[in-house]
Write a protein that binds this ligand. Structure first.
Ligand code: GDP
Length: 425
């Protein structure tokens, strides 16, 4: 059976923790999109880890962790992470890499950086991990699939020369930066080839066989619905699809095999990068939530940047769950809200004088004002509580209110960062 674990919001919902937990019963965990531009924080018996590319099943020795064909594969970053977790005492994960995954090139990172500099105050707030240039090249058909690194030298060099022709023109005339040397890039890619060679598989055959054998498979999403390039706050989105539907493409499996879509929803809002954020809060109110948020504050796992903060947004989350095709919701970081006397929730958007609960396109989103409702707080620490009935009444009321507003069943509640801080309803 295939399950997807995806985010309904702007990312950082706590997907890593839920995946790590479910990985205990999984045979295969797959990253199907994105690259090293976002981090999953995982806390388990080995310590606290920020994974960017390694699938979250990497701490479970019986799990096969796959880099699917939809991923932006940053090879040095992947192996840095692998070495780091092994150095910290984790048994070496069982890793496989799709031969059809594409390779994030050193110049993708450069182009990402140069373009943000060129845009100056119009910049996207990119993590400068090369993601937008990578996916642009993939769809412009000048990317490198993993198998291309493993072919004969002549063919690889020819491709490098073709691609550099245009890259170097842009470097020279648009960015006024040093050009890329073909021989140097060739040597870098040969080094990459040696690193990945032992892990490369025909992932399509592998996955179809695994499905035939009834394996438990987890698709691990990165970021969330509102960062999807089609459904999110375009153009302030990421460049690969964050919705579960893309899991079929990015992992190479039939769409009808995805039976369970666990959408991770955070009990308040946070976002990184630029773009509309209707329920955003500022000043002391935001600072306090940021400081208390997540595990040790709401700061980017990749960049360390302070995240933008806001109240729970029912409009964005209802939509975020809808575009995922949610079958159940995991509601996370609820423990953080225990300090509030009253908990504000965004229940509608006022756009041009009319209130709506439909998530609009970016133009209207930019004009939307939040319609807030306040619910009574529960004023207590709910960490350590193991049953739904054991939660304070106002806390349950908050969960049930959110559930009614978003229209999808909240079946899992996460009340702390650790593996054991979980309540099944
Ligand atoms: P992901 O990218 O969706 O995996 O999310 P991140 O790992 O970036 O952010 C989630 C943060 O919240 C991490 O620091 C987690 O350790 C933490 N976290 C996850 N679930 C909970 C929870 O229920 N309570 C608290 N306090 N922290 C949590």
């Amino acid at each position: 059976m295939v399950r997807a674990i995806v985010g309904a919001n702007w990312g950082d919902e706590g997907k890593g923790k839920i995946t790590d937990m479910l990985a205990a019963e999984a045979d295969i965990v797959i990253r199907f999109q994105g690259g090293a531009n976002a981090g999953h924080t995982i806390i388990n018996d080995y310590g606290k880890f920020a994974l960017h590319l390694l699938p979250s099943g990497s701490f479970n020795p019986h799990v096969v962790n796959m880099i699917g064909n939809g991923v932006a594969l940053d090879i040095p970053e992947l192996f840095k992470e692998l070495d780091e977790i092994v150095r910290r005492g984790v048994p070496k994960p069982n890793l496989v890499i799709s031969e059809r995954a594409q390779v994030l090139m050193p110049y993708h990172i450069l182009f990402d950086t140069y373009e943000e500099e060129r845009l100056s105050d119009r910049k996207f707030g990119s993590t400068k991990s090369g993601i937008a240039p990578f996916y642009s090249d993939k769809y412009a058909k000048i990317g490198f699939q993993v198998w291309e690194l493993l072919q004969d030298d002549g063919a690889l060099m020819e491709k490098i020369k073709n691609v550099l022709e245009v890259k170097n023109l842009i470097l020279e005339h648009v960015y006024h930066r040093p050009l890329i040397d073909a021989q140097e890039l060739f040597q870098t890619l040969k080094g990459y080839a040696d690193m990945v060679r032992p892990y490369v598989i025909n992932s399509v055959e592998f996955m179809h066989k695994a499905i035939r054998e009834g394996k438990n498979i987890l698709l691990e999403g990165q970021l969330g619905s509102l960062k999807d390039p089609d459904f999110g706050i375009y153009p302030f989105t990421t460049s690969s699809h964050t919705v579960a539907g893309f899991g079929a493409v990015g992992a190479g499996i039939p769409p009808y095999e995805i039976k369970d879509i666990i959408t991770v929803v955070k009990a308040y809002s946070s976002a990184v990068g630029a773009g509309a954020f209707v329920s955003e809060i500022f000043g002391d109110e935001a600072d306090e939530l940021r400081r208390r948020g997540g595990d040790g504050g709401e700061y980017g796992a990749t960049t360390g940047r302070p995240r933008r903060m806001g109240w729970f947004d029912c409009v964005a989350t209802r939509y975020g769950c809808m575009v995922q095709g949610t079958t159940q919701v995991a509601f996370t970081v609820l423990d953080v809200l225990g300090y509030l006397d009253e908990v504000p929730v965004c229940v509608g958007y006022e756009v041009d004088g009319a209130v709506t609960n439909e998530f609009p396109t970016t133009d209207k989103l930019n004009r939307a004002k939040p319609v807030l409702k306040t619910l009574p707080g529960w004023k207590s620490d709910i960490r350590g509580i193991k049953t739904y009935e054991g939660l304070p009444e106002n806390c349950r009321n908050y969960i049930e209110f959110v559930e009614e507003q978003i229209g999808y069943p909240i079946k899992v509640v996460s009340n702390g960062p650790g593996r054991e801080d979980i309540i099944f309803r």
